[in-house]
Design a protein around this ligand. Structure first.
Ligand code: HCA
Ligand code: CU
Length: 416
């Protein structure tokens, strides 16, 4: 069953590079590739070697790196592109051509018959050159293509007997789970190759569409870390993994090193210059936070009452609202860990005293506690490393000498 035996084609290094904030250096690509390989994705898809001279070198380097994941690169349906891609030593080629009337008219200008002819020629040629390579053929903008056109193309390609996989792409994020299910079910009935789904997230359906694709018989799902890609991106790796975990916890835990997800999300966020969104799947700062009294009580008795994902499986801790005078240092410590801050127990105890003192004089919220924790952590960092001024940070905290004690005024934010 696809739902149990799916594969992730991780496209942070291809679709993700099309995110406006992404401009990966060779070193950053290697870091991302290694982190994803450690996490356990089955495939890594890389930007076409034709994109730039360095992109070509990066393909060659990552292909030779000896990673467990199979390395793919993504090319247009051109023989010349394929020849260069094959020379890089990657394990597979993802070939794509647009089939919607929009792309046929305004992009490559080819008719459906011409697309079939070109695809047959290019794919057969690739197979003749590389009998063992993994070969995928995909149509761009599949969901705004005429279904009869699409099926003609896929049936013709499938009949060639040279591709391992057929890809369906929701290029503009227009598809809904039901449409995905219908289209992939038809493809499953009519063709023999594996099926890949690539879904954009413009209307928020990417994860649900990916799950629906698997239910209909797809075997491979494209993801990127934090969902980065063109516009607002594609199916996010973490969100998709959350969905699959909720479907089959044991299988998902076995398949991937879930505790590495946070590192992957943070690494990519840092490289592309964004924060991990507060409400991100699994790794968002509020993903395991409980607040309402009725929830907190039940959670303390049995976490499954309000949690479908067990934070421990992801190396994370749940959080229960703590910004009040009845708080305790263990709870504050949990929060610090959730924020990824490293503070000693002694420091945490001092923060806790400060929270209690502040709560006596004013209404606190979580932000106040977070600010205190961040300030302590930042002070610790500035103590630990040579003094530098971070002029790029939008927020600075006014730190008073420790021996003066701490009070609310020290929390004043300065917006630079
Ligand atoms: C793009 C192409 C693509 C290709 C997907 C695929 C898309 O628009 O840059 O090869 O399956 O979304 O159609 O990413
Ligand atoms: Cu895409």
């Amino acid at each position: 069953m696809s739902l149990e035996k799916f594969n992730i084609i991780e496209s942070t290094l291809r679709e993700g590079e099309q995110f406006v904030g992404a401009n990966f250096t060779p070193e950053q690509k290697l870091k991302i590739a290694d982190a994803l390989d450690e996490f356990g994705v089955e495939y890594l898809e890389l930007t076409s070697p034709l994109a730039s001279p360095q992109s070509r070198i990066d393909c060659e380097t990552i292909a030779r790196r000896g990673l467990k994941a199979k390395i793919l690169t993504h090319i247009r349906c051109h023989k010349d592109d394929a020849a260069i891609a094959l020379d890089t030593g990657v394990g597979g080629l993802d070939v794509v051509i647009g089939t919607s009337s929009m792309l046929r008219e305004f992009s490559h200008g080819k008719s459906i018959d011409e697309i079939i002819e070109l695809a047959s020629e290019v794919l057969t040629w690739i197979r003749s050159q590389a009998p063992d390579i993994e070969l995928r053929f995909s149509t761009e903008d599949s969901f705004r293509s005429e279904e009869k056109d699409l099926m003609r193309v896929y049936l013709a390609v499938d009949k060639l007997g040279v591709v391992n996989r057929l890809g369906i792409a929701d290029t503009v994020g227009v598809a809904t789970p039901r449409r995905v299910f219908e289209l992939i079910s038809s493809l499953r009935r009519l063709t023999h190759a594996d099926i890949e789904f690539h879904g954009h997230n413009d209307t928020g359906c990417a994860i649900a569409n990916s799950f629906s694709a698997l239910e209909a018989g797809a075997t491979h799902i494209d993801t990127s870390v934090l969902g980065i890609g063109e516009r607002n991106g594609i199916t996010p790796l973490g969100g998709f993994v959350a969905r699959m975990y909720a479907h089959n916890k044991a299988a998902t835990k076995k398949k991937y090193k879930l505790k590495k997800l946070r590192k992957v999300d943070q690494l990519v966020a840092e490289i592309v210059g964004v924060a991990v969104p507060f409400n991100n799947y699994i790794t968002g700062v509020t993903a395991f936070t409980h607040k309402a009294g009725i929830h907190s009580k039940a959670i303390l008795n049995k976490p499954e009452t309000y949690e479908i994902l067990d934070p421990q499986d992801f190396g994370l801790t749940r959080y229960i609202s703590i910004a009040h005078k009845l708080t305790g240092w263990n709870a504050i410590k949990d929060r610090a860990e959730q924020l990824g801050l490293e503070l000693s127990d002694a420091q945490i105890k001092l923060v806790t005293q400060e929270v209690k003192a502040l709560a006596d004089i004013k209404q606190l919220d979580l932000e106040d506690v977070d600010e205190l924790l961040h300030r302590w952590a930042e002070e610790q960092m500035t103590e630990d490393r040579p003094q530098t001024t971070d002029a790029t940070s939008p927020i600075a905290y006014r730190a008073a000498p420790k021996e003066n004690g701490r009070n609310e005024k020290q929390l004043v934010k300065q917006t630079l």
